[in-house]
Design a protein around this ligand. Structure first.
Ligand code: MN
Ligand code: MN
Length: 384
């Protein structure tokens, strides 16, 4: 037992030091699955049918620990990055998981029918849209938990949306979620309804060598939301249900973020539930009025906006190249983003960014422009 845990840790460490493959769909490779487990295997699940209440299932799109006795996952873990977000349509093809061990009952979509509970995704459909196959994968019933509608369609989905917004603003996120406690069973006793659903997210600026960049100041967001409509008011937000990761660990007995150093875990997991996520700036949105108290106009400035021609000219006034990937250029009157901002600007270079065929800049009214960096900080402001 101890030897096998040590072996798993060694394998994970070895995997983490290797370059990760392309982070999109496609064929199953162990490395694709292991990016979802880089922060650990919370319950020590194993891909061995003898682990019937803690059975590890690895897919390119997410990894989970399935529990045959409860008919739901103990937890589902996945990494979310810009490459995961594409144009694939929501498949809606809920289906029994074809990859369960022979002889196990596979929960069906019908087991939820008429129960009053939603088929609640853990890895959301909208987190896997790089390909149709990636999206389909999220509809296996092993990725689904019975969720009270006020939970699933309220604060739960709001946090899912917030996560994708953070990714679009230049972050990547490690996410693990599941349920705890028990309210009873549906599906003729085959599917347990947990008393709450929980989620823990670790947010990093997009980059390489993730484990080496995580420290006591890394942003962690954790929630635990009651799985009971009466306890989740209409209009509730995910911030109303923030908890510490330690609280989730105590309730579940799992070790989240277990591959991080103990002192880092101690710092990240004890966070006061009332603390808002501190280190994540923005996210910048063209709907938000920019804070103009500090506009550096460096390293990049807006030189001009030609509203008739729908072009924006940006200049790198610094002595170093600047990458504009993840930056946001807003028309504030229309609350619209100027498309096509990206790539690298050499020192001193200015470039015209066209917006052919579109019309976002107002020709008749004053329409200031705001440029934000990938962290959501305002960089430059253009007044008329
Ligand atoms: Mn959902
Ligand atoms: Mn932990």
């Amino acid at each position: 037992m101890h030897k096998s845990i040590i072996l798993i840790v060694l394998l994970l460490l070895a995997a983490c030091s290797l370059p990760l493959p392309a982070e999109t769909g496609g064929g199953v490779t162990s490395l694709e699955a292991e990016r979802h487990l880089a922060l650990g295997n919370p319950s020590g699940a194993e891909a061995n049918p003898r682990f019937a209440d803690n059975y590890l299932m690895q897919r390119p799109q997410f990894v989970l620990a399935y529990n045959r006795d409860t008919g739901i996952p103990n937890w589902v873990s996945w990494h979310l990055a810009a490459q995961d977000l594409g144009e694939a349509e929501r498949s809606n093809n809920f289906r029994p998981d074809p990859d369960l061990p022979a002889g196990w009952y596979a929960v069906t979509p019908d087991d939820y029918t008429g129960s009053g509970y939603d088929r609640g995704h853990m890895t959301p459909s909208a987190d896997r849209t790089a390909s149709q196959a990636d999206n389909e994968a999220t509809f296996v019933m092993t990725n689904i938990i019975p969720q009270a509608p006020n939970n699933n369609r309220g604060p739960w989905v709001k946090l899912e949306n917030y996560a994708r917004e953070l990714v679009r603003q230049g972050n990547e996120i490690y996410i693990v979620s599941g349920g705890d406690g028990e309210l009873g069973f549906i599906g003729e006793g085959r599917v347990q309804v947990p008393a709450a659903t929980w989620k823990a997210m670790l947010v990093l600026p997009a980059g390489d060598d993730d484990l080496s960049r995580i420290d006591a100041n890394t942003t962690v967001i954790a929630v635990r939301i009651p799985n009971d409509d009466a306890l989740v008011p209409e209009g509730a937000d995910w911030q109303d249900f923030q908890v510490s990761v330690d609280e989730i660990e105590q309730l579940t007995g799992y070790d989240l973020f277990g591959t991080l150093a103990e002192n880092v875990q101690a710092a990240l997991e004890s966070g006061d539930s009332s603390d808002p996520p501190a280190a994540v700036a923005g996210p910048a949105s063209c709907e938000t009025r920019p804070d103009l108290s500090r506009v550096p106009d460096e390293p990049v400035r807006i030189v001009t906006i030609d509203k008739q021609a729908e072009t924006v000219t940006l200049e790198n006034i610094s002595a170093a190249p600047v990458t504009l990937d993840g930056w946001l250029m807003c028309s504030l009157t229309g609350a619209q983003a100027h498309p096509g901002i990206g790539g690298s600007l050499a020192p001193g270079e200015s470039r015209v960014f066209p917006n052919a065929g579109n019309n976002i800049w107002s020709n008749s009214d004053p329409d200031p422009g705001a440029l934000y960096d990938a962290q959501g900080q305002i960089v430059s402001y253009y007044r008329e």
